[in-house]
Design a protein around this ligand. Structure first.
Ligand code: ADP
Ligand code: ADP
Length: 229
């Protein structure tokens, strides 16, 4: 079942002399439950694709459908609703609120989404049962990223997006975080899409979308993706 479709998507920034084509006639589809890695070097257009996927940015032309809805013509309110209902975000630098504990950071979702999942269960699921009452400053980078994964899962979204989610972690911790994401994807039937320049992540994805200079260079489907560890 197709969950996401990009059709002839173009994103330009600026006009005239300063015009930048960040995404240049891009087509792809993503199925429900897929673990997708968007690979490419800096400037390839990966974040722009992810931002459009997350409803944070709209294409200059082309069609983007998420969960059957055309988002290229949505207004701000419709985009906010789409984000709130369908999408969880994980960031390179975690974006946790420093004055709140791990538990409180995850529990915040309850104020935004009525069917939010139980923070305590989610923190257990990401292996942080011992750390629920700690503040972000008392946690390692890998632990903070686990909190942010629990937070992303808490609104029970269909889609989880990560922009270089392991970018601030050492490689061992990064692999553990990737492994957790892969596990959450399979066990909770989430569609997980991460952007990275780390080519080592390609082997664990169901689908690899390789970009360069705003264009898709290759889309590869792994029939038997390798578990991360
Ligand atoms: P990546 O995530 O692969 O590093 P980006 O999607 O961030 O690539 O950027 C793709 C291209 O679009 C780059 O040339 C970048 O400079 C340009 N770009 C991205 N965002 C903006 C913006 N807000 N304004 C102008 N140019 C942008
Ligand atoms: P609203 O428009 O309803 O105020 P928010 O700005 O609170 O929506 O954002 C909704 C979701 O989108 C949140 O999960 C937030 O983390 C994410 N988000 C908002 N802006 C950005 C951004 N620039 N980059 C990445 N994620 C963002």
């Amino acid at each position: 079942n197709e969950l996401i479709t990009f059709k002839d998507v173009v994103k330009e920034y600026g006009t005239g002399e300063s015009k930048q084509i960040a995404v240049n006639h891009v087509d792809f589809t993503i199925d429900e439950g897929e673990f997708v890695v968007i690979l490419g070097q800096s400037g390839a257009g990966k974040s722009t694709v992810l931002n459009m996927l997350g409803g944070m940015d709209q294409p200059t032309s082309g069609s983007i459908r998420i969960n059957g809805e055309e988002i290229s013509t949505m207004n701000d309110n419709q985009m906010s609703r789409l984000r709130a209902e369908n999408i969880g975000f994980i960031f390179q630098f975690y974006n946790l609120l420093p004055s709140l504990t791990a538990y409180e950071n995850v529990a915040l979702t309850k104020e935004i989404v009525k069917d939010a999942l139980d923070p305590s269960e989610l923190l257990d699921a990401v292996g942080l049962q011992e750390h629920k009452n700690k503040f972000p400053s008392q946690l390692s980078g890998g632990e903070q990223q686990r909190v942010s994964i629990a937070r992303a899962l808490s609104k029970n979204p269909k889609i989880i997006l990560g922009d270089e989610p392991t970018g601030a972690l050492d490689s061992e911790t990064g692999i553990a975080v990737l492994e957790l994401l892969q596990k959450m994807c399979k066990e909770r039937h989430k569609t997980v899409i991460i952007v990275t320049h780390n080519t080592a992540f390609a082997q664990c994805a169901d689908k690899v979308i390789r970009m360069r200079s705003g264009k898709i260079r290759e889309i590869k489907v792994n029939e038997s993706p390798v578990p991360v560890s």
